[in-house]
Design a protein around this ligand. Structure first.
Ligand code: ZN
Ligand code: ZN
Length: 358
């Protein structure tokens, strides 16, 4: 599995006339050599791979890393410099999306006259886009944890409970079920706070007649779930019900139409146009979705600016939302797997209007 991935990298080395690529971004390092720790770098050249880490991680690396060589460093840049000199590697790519400018500068200074550093962006961005069966199983499992945790916490979503209590209960349930770490700070946005697309759970108490938007996810074996459900606590005003119906229909439309080969911009458009046609176009400010995998937000992006195409094996979210200032909002999010002839929804919580009876 890993060697197939390394093979893809060697093709990039070849295409871009690079001698090596230096990886520093942990999810990429994990993807290409299996290392799950937080300190280390991976150097891939045309004939060998080198994983470098500090003494805290050498033992761990020996147990889990697929690499031709594992080396220990005291000063990271020194070890990178001497390795590149030894190979020798003169034109070396790095992850321009992730390596901080100051660190690039430091490497340039260390290797002055020896290495030409080549920023890589689009050339490597899509490498983790198509998931294999093992990755899909992990994502499916993480989505299953969301389902079980939500069922457990549902009775807590009622008047008088604070958003924070709901968020904490969800986190506790997810971890009790075996989840590793929350994927992000959970959003629990009730009533008027529903108008905040990223309303992190607050001390606000849930009231009767409100919609509550809950966006949450967990990491399991490195892979993430990401899902949003909006529920009604008792009967909500007609306007919010109309917003809910519009968002749900936009979400369903996009999922129904997705096929491999379609442009991601077009998929975004299916949901967006429906929301515009229903008069809420001004209130849907974000993209329709994003890739999910070793990172909860990763390549690709589904938005009016997307340049990419849906490919079988991609796992992406579909998450239209309408947010009306001072009134409230609705977002509905599922994770889908793009299949050979459409898509499969991986998240399992039903998204139809749920009016919690009290
Ligand atoms: Zn989400
Ligand atoms: Zn999302």
């Amino acid at each position: 599995m890993t060697s197939e991935r390394i093979h893809k990298l060697r093709k990039i080395l070849d295409d871009l006339s690079l001698d090596a690529i230096l990886f520093t971004h942990p999810p990429n390092i994990r993807y290409f050599c299996g290392f799950t720790g937080s300190e280390g770098v991976l150097v891939v050249d045309l004939t060998a791979t080198f994983f470098l880490t500090d003494s805290r991680y050498t033992q761990q690396a020996r147990g889990e890393v697929f690499s031709d060589n594992i080396r220990e460093y005291k000063v990271r840049e020194d070890e990178i410099q001497s390795l590149l000199k030894e190979r020798p590697a003169r034109r070396v790519g790095f992850e321009a999306d992730f390596l901080a400018f100051g660190k690039v500068r430091k490497l340039e200074e260390k290797t002055a006259g020896e290495v030409e550093w080549v920023p890589l962006g689009a050339e490597i961005r899509s490498l983790r886009g198509e998931k294999n069966i093992q990755e899909i199983d992990k994502i499916r499992h993480a989505a299953g944890l969301n389902f079980s945790a939500f069922e457990e916490v549902l009775p807590l979503i009622k008047p008088g409970k604070s958003e924070r209590e709901v968020a904490l209960a969800l986190e506790f349930a997810l971890k009790k079920l075996g989840g590793e770490e929350k994927a992000f700070d959970f959003i629990v946005a009730s009533g008027f706070r529903g108008a905040l697309p990223h309303g992190i759970a607050s001390e606000k108490k849930i009231c009767f007649g409100e919609l509550v938007t809950i966006d949450f996810g967990i990491r399991w074996e490195g892979y993430h779930s990401d899902e949003t459900i909006t529920v009604a606590v008792g009967q909500v005003p007609d306007k919010l019900e109309a917003v809910f119906d519009t968002v749900l229909a936009a979400h369903d439309r996009a999922i129904e139409k997705i096929r491999p080969g379609m442009s991601l911009r077009e998929i975004d458009g299916f949901a967006r146009q429906y929301i515009v046609d229903n008069g809420f176009g001004d209130y849907f400010g974000h993209g329709l979705g994003h890739g999910v995998g070793l990172e909860v937000h990763e390549y690709p992006v589904l938005s009016p600016r997307s340049e990419d195409v849906a490919v079988e094996g991609m796992v992406v979210t579909v998450e239209p939302g309408v947010y009306i200032p001072e009134v409230g909002g609705v977002r509905i999010e599922d994770m889908i797997l793009i299949t050979s002839d459409g898509c499969e929804v991986l998240t399992r919580i039903p998204k139809n209007m749920r009016i919690l009876s009290l």
